[in-house]
Design a protein around this ligand. Structure first.
Ligand SMILES: NC(=O)C1=CN([C@@H]2O[C@H](COP(=O)(O)OP(=O)(O)OC[C@H]3O[C@@H](n4cnc5c(N)ncnc54)[C@H](OP(=O)(O)O)[C@@H]3O)[C@@H](O)[C@H]2O)C=CC1
Ligand SMILES: N[C@@H](CCO)C(=O)O
Length: 427
């Protein structure tokens, strides 16, 4: 019989237990598909509590670094999480000990992916991370394999299920951000540190990883222009809907003459577009290749089954002998490119509160016009108090021009509060 592939799994939470369950349930199928048995030899977690799955057949290690370097482990499966700490220490130890590594850890790879990929490739090991981006959606495989013949022109996506749940629930139930945040927290949808979700950090980690593969660049998480969803109000969601748009926490990455543009921010997208119709905790990734055109991938971005499914796909590749570089090309060939200091021009949605007095709108129009920002559509809503809610959709403009216009608004003496400015992506 062909030699079994021996796995050491560190982390027995949602994803770890899912991987154990799938390996047991699908053992025969996996053996047939890979030509060899996939066996767990040892596991590790912080405590030996009951996890609803029998672990008695596996050796136990308290220390994930020890697990990662055991003689009876061929592949170290890192499912603990955290950019640094035990996840990074154990991953490095495994690679140095000649083990292949499979991880779902987007935070670790977004911060240290290039170093870890070099470490892996220098020693002839593989480091794979399908589960780290968009959970069950096989987007890493799509980029590194299915679309490998294409120049990738743009990558977009909704890659944080919790944020999409919050935004779509605000819309469907007419609830405020604060009300839906509390609901999502109660349902256990948010990370232990919710800022990772609503601050856009988790989604930005994922975008930075996709950019690296798509554009052949070293992962550059601090190059992502980042804005979370905390300031999105029910008012904006209603107004956007009224104009035929939905608000999404949208990631966009593209290579421009000014450098690599990566942004993760709330944007308006047409409600009839695939992204506009994405409801609840689902993820969607849109890949554009020069020859293939647009590919849309949609599915569960988190959860036990979907994430375990992605982890297994990496393990299966290793069992089959497929040894791809971490980011789709040798790590030492990944380029460093500057982050684009400006974004591709786009139309913007603006919401302002104006003092309701003669000439107020004219002053705003002048401030925009002076900055070179042209108004496409404008609406003022009926109101009872002394300020009037005004919506403006601009023609395509640069973010720089818009920022100049926004900086000029307080000087008009008619704008109260902070204006809201959201990019419109005509996807
Ligand atoms: N949950 C999801 O849907 C998705 C998760 N991911 C990623 O997968 C990884 C795991 O996530 P998830 O399963 O949700 O996380 P959990 O918090 O559910 O599980 C983490 C596990 O790691 C163990 N652990 C933590 N620190 C240590 C340590 N020092 N030594 C040994 N074990 C340790 C914990 O042990 P104990 O149980 O004893 O506390 C726990 O079993 C993360 O990187 C996450 O970002 C990616 C995509 C989706
Ligand atoms: N917090 C993440 C989990 C999966 O990475 C999300 O909501 O999508």
């Amino acid at each position: 019989m062909t030699k079994p592939l021996r796995l050491g799994i560190a982390g027995l939470g949602t994803v770890g237990v899912g991987v154990v369950r799938m390996l047991r349930k699908n053992a025969d199928l996996l053996k047939t598909r890979t030509g060899r048995p996939l066996v767990i030899t040892a596991v590790s977690a912080r405590s030996q509590k009951d996890r609803g799955v029998s672990l008695s057949d596996y050796a136990w290690e308290d220390d994930p670094v020890k697990l990662a370097t055991r003689d009876d482990v061929d592949v170290f499966v890192e499912l603990m999480g955290g950019a640094d700490g035990p996840a990074k220490a154990a991953t490095e130890a495994a690679l140095k000990a000649g083990k292949d590594v499979v991880t779902a850890n987007k935070a670790m790879l977004a911060e240290h992916g290039h170093t870890l990929a070099n470490l892996a490739e220098d020693g002839g090991q593989v480091l794979r991370f399908e589960a780290a981006v968009a959970g069950g959606i096989p987007v890493i495989k799509a980029l590194t394999e299915g679309l490998a013949g294409n120049e990738i022109t743009r990558v977009m996506g909704v890659m944080n299920g919790s944020c999409n749940y919050i935004l779509t629930r605000m819309q469907s139930a007419g609830l405020t951000y604060e009300e839906v945040f509390a609901e999502a927290d109660g349902l256990g949808y948010l990370e232990a540190d919710p800022q990772l979700d609503v601050g856009g950090i988790d989604a930005a980690h994922k975008l930075a990883l996709l950019s690296s593969i798509a554009f052949g660049t070293q992962v550059k998480f601090d190059g992502v222009a980042l804005e979370g969803i905390e300031r999105v109000s029910i008012e904006d969601i209603r107004q956007a809907a009224d104009m035929g748009y939905r608000i999404k926490l949208l990631g966009v990455a593209q290579m421009t003459a000014r450098g690599l543009e990566q942004s993760m921010s709330p944007c308006l997208v047409p409600e009839t577009s695939p992204l506009g119709q994405l409801e609840g905790g689902t993820n969607m990734v849109v890949l554009e290749g020069a020859d293939v055109g647009q590919i849309v991938l949609r599915g569960a971005g988190a959860g036990e089954g979907p994430t375990a499914s992605a982890v297994l796909s990496d393990i299966i590749d290793i069992a089959r002998g497929l040894r791809l570089p971490t980011f789709g090309q040798p790590a030492d060939s990944l380029k460093t490119v500057p982050a684009a200091q400006s974004t591709v021009p786009a139309p913007y949605y603006l919401r302002l509160d104006l003092l309701d007095k003669p000439g107020a709108l004219a002053k705003v129009a002048t401030a925009l016009g002076d900055a070179g920002v042209s108004i496409n559509r404008m609406r003022q809503y009926g109101h009872e108090d002394t300020t009037a809610p005004v919506l403006i959709v601009t023609h395509t403009t640069t973010r720089e021009a818009l920022d100049v216009a926004l900086a000029g608004l307080p000087g008009t003496g008619v704008v109260t509060g902070d204006p809201v400015a959201l990019r419109i992506e005509e996807v």
